[in-house]
Design a protein around this ligand. Structure first.
Ligand SMILES: [Fe+2]
Length: 383
């Protein structure tokens, strides 16, 4: 029997002012002309002008493409591939939250691999090397700048496809906490809970290893201690730096240990209703944690401790409950919607999305076996 674990990560440049490293980084990857991917929201923040300035200083050409929406769609990716191939660029730079970064990865994938994007859904379907990729996150949440995931909406099937391949790990991730200051408190809250769910799901994943556990647990501790502060004050650079690191570490953890049923369910709801991924996660995570508790109570005790809960003298079940309570309290404190029905999910939609959940790649590493009736119950609890 083989018992092998692997850990992949890009080169990571982290810290206040890290954005200034973009020109040198692109040059080091051999690029002469950079395809810059952003969304319209990022274009309004002024960060792209700074990025282009740094590219100019390094005598690099560029082409900017920003025709994408939140929850990246397959048809947007197809347009992006054409733009990239027509532009004469030789590297891809994604700037933004999960959407521009996942679109950047998908464009890179289809620039060198033949077929439609649906052909690559699932694990390890990419066969040809991708163009060099650099990613600059402007949210502390998706972790996509370091992950081997790209999540893209199939607009015909109305589901989010998870594409998972080591080929999708960017070459360089540039993480500058200054960039987090332009996000609204609502987006800061939602993306922060996304990072928390990455950390928790990867920590209890069946594919967790000592290398991923240390990243995941540290991310949980940072989020427990800084997400409220980050939501409260957009210029609190200490909180922003901690959340940037937490998102990065949670990204490294889930990229290598994969996720669980909360994400498998979230992908279906987001795909159907075009919701914010972090808010859907926030509603589902406490319910899924309760469901999984009997499979990983010892690890939940560690999560409770990372949240600063005193579990001395408690049984492991009582300690594990403290983890679920601490997560629920955090979600409540940062004012995330409390139920999926308020977000547009109707009871008659549950059967269909429960079936689709079973096909999501993230379900494979959930610590407890999950059946269709379990998923139906979890969706009903979260309504
Ligand atoms: Fe996520």
């Amino acid at each position: 029997m083989l018992n092998i674990s692997k850990f992949v990560a890009p080169e990571i440049i982290f810290g206040l002012g890290a954005l200034s490293q973009i020109g040198e980084s692109a040059q080091r990857l051999g690029s002469k002309k950079v395809f810059v991917v952003a969304d319209r929201g990022i274009m309004d923040t002024g960060w792209i002008e700074k990025v282009l300035n740094y590219l100019n200083q390094a005598n690099l050409e560029y082409h900017v493409w920003h025709d994408i929406t939140s929850n990246p769609k397959d048809d947007e990716v197809i347009k992006g591939v054409k733009k990239y191939l027509d532009s004469g660029c030789d590297a891809i730079l994604g700037v933004g939250g999960g959407s521009p970064i996942d679109v950047s990865k998908s464009v890179a994938m289809l620039a060198t691999n033949e077929g439609c994007i649906q052909d690559f859904e699932g694990v390890n379907k990419i066969t040809r090397p991708l163009p060099p990729m650099l990613m600059i996150p402007t949210t502390a949440g998706s972790g996509s700048e370091v992950s081997q995931f790209a999540i893209v909406m199939d607009h015909n099937r109305k589901i989010k496809m998870a594409i998972i391949s080591k080929s999708l790990v960017p070459d360089i991730a540039i993480v500058d906490p200054y960039l987090l200051q332009t996000k609204s408190s609502r987006l800061t809250a939602a993306t922060g809970v996304d990072a928390l769910s990455h950390a928790i799901e990867s920590y209890v994943s069946l594919a967790a290893t000592p290398l991923t556990n240390v990243q995941a647990l540290n991310a949980i501790q940072l989020i427990a201690g800084n997400l409220r502060e980050s939501v409260t004050c957009r210029t609190n650079l200490e909180a922003k730096s901690s959340m940037a690191m937490a998102s990065l570490q949670a990204g490294l953890a889930f990229s290598n240990a994969i996720l669980g049923v909360a994400h498998a369910m979230t992908h279906q709801v987001d795909g159907l209703l075009d919701l914010h991924h972090g808010e859907t996660n926030a509603v589902l995570l406490p319910a899924v944690m309760k469901f999984n508790m009997i499979a990983c109570a010892d690890k939940y005790c560690e999560i409770a401790k990372a949240f600063g809960e005193n579990i001395e003298g408690l049984s492991k079940w009582e300690g594990a409950e403290k983890a679920v309570e601490a997560v629920s309290r955090l979600v409540r404190d940062i004012s995330i919607p409390q139920g999926l029905s308020a977000m547009g999910l109707k009871e008659d939609m549950i059967k269909r999305i429960s079936k689709n959940t079973l096909n999501d790649a993230c379900i494979v590493t959930n610590p407890r076996d999950v059946y269709e009736e379990d998923i139906i119950n979890l969706f009903k609890q979260a309504l």
